[in-house]
Design a binder for this molecule. Structure first.
Ligand code: AMP
Ligand code: ZN
Length: 379
């Protein structure tokens, strides 16, 4: 059943969009929720058996919170002229990008490797050192940077059974796993760069440092939105910069320029613009404003055509000293280092390429294939 909630007169268009981005993570028992661009109504597809009362109440509360928030729009940094390729038929793509994107086959696997190889070679030309980190991250590391209270909607914790004979015997006898499991000291990493801060914590760096790692990242996405470009578990390559403010800004800009060149060389269409992180609580929306105003975050957004839509495939973040401070990453003068990171969602590059050019690699434009097959040097 589709229920519509009016927001016009209470919220402006940006506030309504912001409300939607929070509502997605604020109610369960729905199959969809979206914004009607013409009326500015929020349309919620409520599953049979789900009580409407709590949803009504949630929408009301969110409207009340969002109406007090002032939001800034994005500023464009680059925009392409070309139009999106649309050779990929969804049913063909889903054979290679199966089970909501969690199972990859054939060309999707090859492209994943090619994209990552390109990014590694590129990072190394910028002097990056290679790293590899686990998929799990200590909860204490995420707490150090207040990730959990800031983005609670994203987190997947790891559970375990206590190593006690009596408890393990109960596991054999009972199907109520919730009653027997407990949280472990680990979560599944929502990004790669937190591992770098943990590695460097309480150390002094006397010169700039660039690290790169690819990791499996997990974010708790709403089940009804999973698939195509939105996965619960995805592959992210990050390049993480440590240095002074000027180093971070210069390198970040260079990466942005080169990412745009790569994007164009692959024949992709879209834009690069200022962005903010999805702060869950309206009370923290000021942080998003600061990010926007200070150009702290840029996103590279691919337009993958009518079926696949538009989505961010990379972000370029200036963290100032906000992460080096809590982790005690200091410069020679004992001041917190500045840092930044560039994060590439590899699955999304693969999905976009399949949507543009289809699943028959032999028919892809030679220029795109050459770019993907460019030789690289690794250490
Ligand atoms: P962020 O840290 O939010 O800027 O994300 C960095 C990059 O990770 C994004 O630009 C996407 O390419 C990728 N990403 C984020 N969330 C997802 C997801 N749920 N599924 C696939 N890729 C994602
Ligand atoms: Zn990062």
């Amino acid at each position: 059943m589709i229920k519509s909630y009016a927001t016009s007169g209470m919220l402006n268009a940006r506030q309504a969009q912001s409300l939607l981005s929070k509502l997605i993570y604020s109610v369960e028992g729905i199959a969809d929720c979206r914004l009607d661009e013409d009326t500015q109504d929020i349309l919620v597809d409520i599953l049979p058996g789900t009580p409407e009362g709590p949803i009504d109440e949630t929408v009301e509360r969110l409207i009340d919170k969002e109406r007090h928030v002032r939001l800034m729009g994005s500023r464009m940094y680059r925009q392409s002229e070309r139009i999106a390729g649309q050779e990929g038929r969804p049913e063909e793509i889903h054979k290679l990008f199966a089970e909501n994107g969690s199972v990859k086959r054939g060309l999707a696997v090859t492209l994943t490797r090619q994209i990552d190889d390109l990014l590694i070679g590129w990072a190394q030309r910028h002097g990056a050192e290679l790293r590899s980190y686990p998929a799990m991250i200590p909860v204490a590391t995420l707490q150090k940077c207040r990730y959990i209270p800031t983005f609670p909607q994203n987190i997947h914790f790891v559970s375990e059974f206590p190593h006690r004979l009596q408890e393990l015997e109960k596991v054999r006898e009972s199907e109520d796993l919730n009653a027997l499991a407990r949280l472990s000291p680990y979560a599944l990493a929502p990004a790669v760069c937190f591992h770098c801060y943990a590695e460097l914590s309480d150390s002094r760096l006397h010169e700039p440092l660039v690290l790169t790692a690819r990791g499996t990242c997990c974010r708790h996405e709403a089940a009804w939105r999973l698939g195509n470009h939105r996965l619960n578990e995805f592959s992210m390559r990050e390049v993480v910069l440590f240095g002074d403010a000027a180093f971070i800004e210069d390198e970040r800009k260079r990466f942005m320029e080169e990412a745009w060149d790569l994007f164009e060389a692959l024949g992709l269409a879209g834009r690069m613009e200022t962005a903010s992180d999805p702060f869950y609580f309206s009370e923290e929306s000021g942080k998003g404003q600061q990010q926007m105003m200070g150009n702290m975050k840029y996103e590279l957004i691919v337009n993958a055509g009518a079926d696949a839509g538009s989505f961010s495939i990379a972000s370029f973040n200036d963290m100032d000293t906000s992460l080096c401070k809590p982790f005690g990453v200091l410069d020679g003068g004992a001041n917190p280092m500045h840092s930044g990171c560039m994060a590439f969602g590899i699955d999304r590059w693969v999905y976009a390429l399949l949507a543009y050019y289809g699943t028959d690699y032999g028919k892809w434009p030679p220029g795109v294939r050459n770019t993907l097959e460019r030789s690289r040097t690794f250490q």
